[in-house]
Design a protein around this ligand. Structure first.
Ligand SMILES: Cc1ncc(COP(=O)(O)O)c(C=O)c1O
Length: 394
């Protein structure tokens, strides 16, 4: 089938909840994907920060084939499976954390974290959660409620009670809403969907202090910025400030659905049997891929640090040459963006025509989140395409 046939079939059968580009991805190798018409693209989207190992990774293939060969893709959490248990141990070792709950997505991981914060606070009547402007935490009711962007709430009222909002990178705004009722604070150390906005170190240090002072749990949502993307295995390690709970998803399952809520120190032991569950959480297939990604985390984060610095330089150079279109470059590691004066979708469409996949973040940011195996040559090629696209739009 050609791209067009697939798009037509989708319009006849899908709900209209996505704004999709009219191509269907058929295959991939390394940092390149091919659509159903045979056109190749250099992929700086990576399934929205999912495909850390790029496409066609041999170790992932072997791991998945071995699970398929066992005949058991899923057996439920009534029993253990060695892949999930090993993945949890590897995760705790890499993060310095104590306990892991596996689920299937970022939103689910955040739901688990919010429930943990409320359960932790319940004996003392603490129920409130503080979240931030420009944040994004997912699409379930708990997750959209703590997402501090009106556009995600519109048409879906009422949101969950007990959530208060503060301004990102503004500690005074947190001091104005925190109280003895506060059970948790949820924050992305590097905001993704809100526009690639890094937290200031002083802001995270302040949140850590306030959370301790008020006995609230500090939740770092690393669904997008975790798993090596910012140049360290986890984004919080760039700041030297540990959360009480970290949430992960996206790259964790190597392309299969997998999320995790990870507990540190005082967040250990909050859940008791029956408190929380996910039928598919930690299923053998996703967990086997998580083992592969976690075993390669040092090498992936090292490459993200080196290639991220290189990508940052290239993007800052582009920004300096198109001041009428670009405001600034920002980000960490291989999670970067250019804040634009024009709608990012125009640039995304032009780049796609020229064989580069990039995406937007928020209303104004062009986002670069390539596989963590990306090379200098890939970055040179991508930068040349963005340059050409901008020169045609200037
Ligand atoms: C920071 C962050 N949290 C949560 C989510 C939601 O993840 P999912 O779509 O897997 O539910 C996302 C998705 O983009 C995200 O970027």
């Amino acid at each position: 089938m050609a791209n067009k046939d697939i798009v037509d079939l989708a319009s006849a059968n899908y709900m209209d909840n996505y704004s999709q580009f009219p191509i269907s991805i058929r295959s991939g190798k390394g940092v390149t994907v091919t659509d159903e018409d045979g056109k190749e693209y250099l992929d700086f989207v990576a399934g929205i920060a999912v495909n850390a190992l790029g496409y066609g990774d041999e170790e992932e293939k072997e791991a998945l084939l071995s699970v398929i060969g066992s005949g058991v893709l899923h057996a439920s959490n009534l029993y253990y499976n060695s892949h999930a248990v090993h993945a949890a141990a590897m995760l705790n070792r890499a993060a310095g954390s104590d306990e892991v709950f596996f689920c299937n997505s970022g939103a689910e991981a955040n739901e688990a974290a919010l429930k943990m914060a409320r359960k932790h606070g319940s004996a003392k009547g603490k129920t409130e959660i503080i979240s931030f402007s420009h944040s994004f935490h997912g699409r379930t009711y708990g997750a959209i409620t703590v997402t501090g962007q009106e556009k995600y709430h519109k048409g879906f009222a009422p949101m969950l009670p007990g959530v208060v909002y503060a301004s990102f990178n503004d500690l005074d705004s947190v001091k104005a809403v925190i109280s003895e009722r506060t059970a948790g604070i949820i924050v992305e150390p590097l905001q993704g969907e809100g526009g690639i906005i890094p937290a200031d170190k002083g802001f995270l240090q302040g949140l850590r202090k306030l959370a301790d002072e008020y006995d609230a749990l500090l939740i770092f949502d690393e669904v997008q910025c975790g798993m090596g993307r910012t140049g360290k295995p986890f984004c919080f390690q760039n700041y030297g400030i540990a959360p009480d709970i970290m949430t992960l998803a996206k790259a964790l399952g190597g392309g299969l659905p997998m999320g995790a809520a990870v507990a540190f120190g005082k967040a250990k032991g909050i859940f008791s049997p029956g408190d929380h569950a996910a039928t598919f959480g930690g299923n053998a297939a996703s967990a086997a891929l998580a083992e592969v990604v976690l075993s390669r985390l040092p090498e992936l984060s090292g490459n993200a640090a080196a290639m991220g610095a290189y990508l940052g330089e290239k993007l800052r150079d582009i920004v300096s040459r198109y001041p009428s279109l670009c405001i600034e470059e920002r980000g960490m590691g291989l999670m970067r963006g250019i804040d634009l004066r024009i709608p990012p979708r125009d640039v995304v469409a032009k780049c796609m025509e020229k064989g580069l996949l990039v995406c937007s973040a928020g209303y104004t940011v062009l986002r670069f989140i390539p596989p963590l195996i990306v090379t200098e040559a890939d970055i040179d090629k991508a930068a040349a395409i963005v340059d050409e696209a901008l020169s045609e739009l200037a």
